[in-house]
Design a protein around this ligand. Structure first.
Ligand SMILES: *Cc1c(COP(=O)(O)O)cnc(C)c1O
Length: 397
C-alpha cells in the first residue's frame, strides 16, 4: 500500500517548486508564489480522481473525519454509528466534537453490518460512518438505504481504500461526505495530510472555512477576511500537498502493481480449501491494498499469524491480537482515559462499552488475517512469499 515505497523525481520536483519560491502556506502570498498553488492543484486533481465536485484538503485523515462531521453540524451529544473494526482515529474524530461513537458489529465484508446499524439507531443518532477497511467496502446500497430511511448523514472513511470502487464510483465519493488520509503509510501519501470530498456545496464551504479558523476566504487579503463561524486549524502545508500532487498522478500505476501482487498471493491461497476470503459486495472492486482471508477458527487464526511471524512473513496481522484496529484492545476508550475532563453526555454515552460484547465481530476478526500488499516487491519476491504462506498455513490448520 504505501506510496512512499516508490518516491521518485516526480515528488522531488513538486517539492522543489515550493522551496524555490518559499511559500509553504496554502493560502495567501499570491505575489511570492510564481504561480505555484500545490494544495489547490491537488484538490482539483483529487476532484477528478474521486469524481467529486468538491475537495477540501486538511492536515490528516483524522482531521478529515472531524471536519466532515463538523461541516454537517454534528456535535455535542450526537450519536455516530461506526464499526468495531477500524482505526482509533474514527472514535477520536467523533469525540473531538463532543459527539458519541456508537460501535456496532461488522460482517464478512469486514465493515459495518447494515442490520447492526439499523438496530443501533436511537433518537440521538445523527450519522453513520462506514470505514472501508483494508482496501474493500461495506454494502453501500444497503447502508445508504438505512441512512435514507432514518434521515441520517452518511459518511465514508476511505482512508484505507484509495482507488477502490463500488458500482463504478470511486470509494469515498459515494456517501454524503468522504474522508481520505494521505499519511505516510497510505496508498498515496503527502507525509501527513487528508481530504474531505463531497458533492454538497454547503458541506464543502463549511469544511473550507472550519479547517482554517473560520476564514471565509473571500478576496485576497487574509487580514480582511471575516469569520462567519468558529473554526480551527486543520490546514495542510504546500510542502505536503506538493508530495501528494506527484503521488495522486501515479495512483493508477500504484493500483496496477497492488492488483498484480494481490492476485499472485490470492491465487496461491485459493488452493487451500480451508481458506476463504472477505466478501466484496456485488459491484465492488477492491483497491488491492490488502489481502484479507479467513481461517476456519480463532485458534488457527492465531496460530497462522504467529507462524507467519516466525517464518519471516511480515506485514500480516491478526487484528484480534493487535492493539491497532479492533475494539477488544481499546482499553483507553473503554476506560475513558482522557487528559482532560470529558463531557457528561459522552461519559454517559460510552457507558455501554463497559459491558457490551461483540460476538459477531469477534467471529470474523479472530479468524481473519490481513496482509498488506506492498508496491516495492518484485514478482519473484511475491511468488516466493505466496509459496511460503501456503506452506505455513497448511502446517497450522
Ligand atoms: C489512517 C487512517 C485514518 C487517519 O488518518 P491520519 O491521516 O493518520 O490521521 C483514519 N481512518 C482510517 C481507516 C485510517 O486507516
Amino acid at each position: 500500500m504505501p506510496g512512499f515505497e516508490l518516491f521518485s523525481d516526480l515528488e522531488r520536483k513538486e517539492v522543489h517548486d515550493v522551496l524555490d519560491n518559499g511559500v509553504l502556506m496554502r493560502y495567501g502570498f499570491d505575489g511570492m508564489r510564481n504561480g505555484h498553488w500545490k494544495a489547490k492543484a491537488l484538490e482539483s486533481e483529487l476532484s477528478k480522481t474521486f469524481q467529486s465536485k468538491h475537495v477540501q484538503l486538511v492536515s490528516s485523515g483524522t482531521a478529515a473525519v472531524s471536519v466532515a462531521l463538523a461541516s454537517v453540524g454534528i456535535g455535542a451529544g450526537d450519536e455516530i454509528i461506526m464499526p468495531t473494526f477500524t482505526f482509533v482515529a474514527s472514535f477520536e474524530a467523533i469525540m473531538m466534537l463532543g459527539a458519541i461513537p456508537v460501535l456496532v458489529d461488522i460482517d464478512d465484508t469486514l465493515t459495518l453490518d447494515p442490520k447492526a446499524v439499523e438496530a443501533a439507531i436511537t433518537p440521538k443518532t445523527k450519522g453513520v460512518m462506514v470505514v472501508q477497511m483494508c482496501g474493500s467496502m461495506g454494502d453501500m446500497d444497503a447502508l445508504k438505504s438505512v441512512c435514507d430511511k432514518h434521515n441520517l448523514i452518511f459518511v465514508e472513511d476511505a482512508c484505507q481504500a484509495i482507488g477502490g470502487s463500488y458500482k463504478g464510483q470511486p470509494l469515498g465519493s459515494i456517501a454524503d461526505l468522504g474522508c481520505f488520509s494521505f499519511d505516510f503509510v497510505k496508498t498515496i501519501t503527502c507525509g501527513e495530510g487528508g481530504a474531505v470530498v463531497t458533492n454538497n456545496k454547503d458541506y464543502y464551504i463549511n469544511s473550507n472555512h472550519y479547517s482554517d479558523h473560520g476564514h471565509d476566504h473571500i478576496g485576497n487579503d487574509r487580514g480582511a477576511e471575516t469569520h462567519p463561524f468558529l473554526g480551527y486549524n486543520f490546514r495542510i502545508s504546500e510542502l505536503h500537498a506538493a508530495v501528494g500532487l506527484a503521488q495522486v498522478r501515479r495512483l493508477p500505476e500504484f493500483i496496477a502493481i497492488q492488483k498484480k501482487n494481490y492476485s499472485i498471493i490470492r491465487d496461491a491461497l485459493s488452493q487451500i480449501s480451508e481458506v476463504t476470503f472477505r466478501r466484496v459486495p456485488e459491484g465492488g472492486e477492491e483497491s488491492y491494498a490488502f489481502l484479507n482471508f479467513f481461517l476456519p477458527d480463532a485458534e488457527s487464526g492465531l496460530k497462522v499469524a504467529e507462524a507467519f511471524k516466525t517464518n519471516g512473513i511480515d506485514v500480516c496481522w491478526n487484528y484480534y491480537h493487535n492493539n491497532w484496529h479492533y475494539i477488544r484492545k481499546w482499553d483507553h476508550l473503554k476506560e475513558l482515559k482522557s487528559l482532560f475532563p470529558i463531557s457528561k453526555e459522552v461519559k454517559e454515552g460510552l457507558q455501554y462499552l463497559k459491558t457490551k460484547t461483540f460476538e459477531q465481530s469477534d467471529h470474523f476478526i479472530a479468524r481473519n488475517i490481513s496482509c498488506l500488499i506492498k508496491l516495492s516487491w518484485t514478482e519473484e519476491e511475491v511468488k516466493l512469499r505466496a509459496e511460503k504462506m501456503v506452506k505455513v498455513i497448511m502446517e497450522h490448520i
